[in-house]
Structures are given as structure tokens and as C-alpha cells.
Ligand binder design. Structure first.
Ligand SMILES: [Zn+2]
Length: 113
């Protein structure tokens, strides 16, 4: 399962960061999950809690930012906001879109105790 693998890498990064900071417990994890990322946020958070349950990040609260999608339309010659991955240009209906933002998934920061 895609989300489980992502959750494992997120939790590993969070735990490594917490360890380096000498933290006993992670209280909050902030994630950026682009609007076009092929990830189900609910499934990802469920998997994170599952993967983290025996570590320093157990019980952490997750906050998910959804950075907006941006794509360059080769027809309109400007940045547009596609509604979804694989969607056409909202202005001209064309499919010549070059995705510039919205596919990213990363940990923004964590709070520790
Ligand atoms: Zn267009």
C-alpha cells in the first residue's frame, strides 16, 4: 500500500529529527501534501499513527497543509490552477499542462517535548 510506505518514510524522518534534538516525545507533525499528490490524506495519517505507535512520535497530532496546484498552460501561456491531477486547463480546456506545484509531499516541521 502506497500510503503505508510514505508513512514509514515520514515517521522515520520525524523520529530521526526528534532523536537528534534529544526530544522525549513528538507532539505535533506538520506535513505539506500538495493538492495533486496522489495520496489520500486520511489514509496517510492513519498509517502514520500505526507506524509511529511504539516510537517517540506516538500520539503526535498531525496537521496537513495542502499547497495549491499550479501548472503552466502551453496554450494560455500562463500559470493556471488545475482542479485535479490529470485535469485539463480550467481556462482553455487543453491538456498541455506542465505541473509546477502541488505534487509535493514533505515534513514542514515538528514540535517536540
Ligand atoms: Zn489553458
Amino acid at each position: 500500500m502506497h500510503e503505508l510506505m510514505l508513512a514509514e518514510s515520514v515517521v522515520r524522518l520525524v523520529e530521526d529529527t526528534a532523536r537528534q534534538a534529544g526530544a522525549k516525545r513528538v507532539t505535533r507533525v506538520r506535513l505539506a501534501l500538495g493538492a495533486l499528490a496522489h495520496v489520500d490524506p486520511d489514509a496517510l495519517l492513519y498509517c502514520c499513527e500505526l507506524v509511529a505507535r511504539d516510537g517517540v512520535a506516538a500520539g503526535a497530532v498531525y496537521e496537513v497543509d495542502r499547497p495549491a496546484a499550479e501548472a503552466w498552460c502551453a496554450n494560455c501561456l500562463r500559470i493556471v490552477v488545475p482542479a485535479a491531477a490529470g485535469a485539463s486547463c480550467p481556462d482553455c480546456g487543453g491538456f498541455e499542462l506542465d505541473i509546477r506545484a502541488g505534487e509535493e509531499m514533505r515534513v514542514i516541521d515538528i514540535a517536540v517535548a
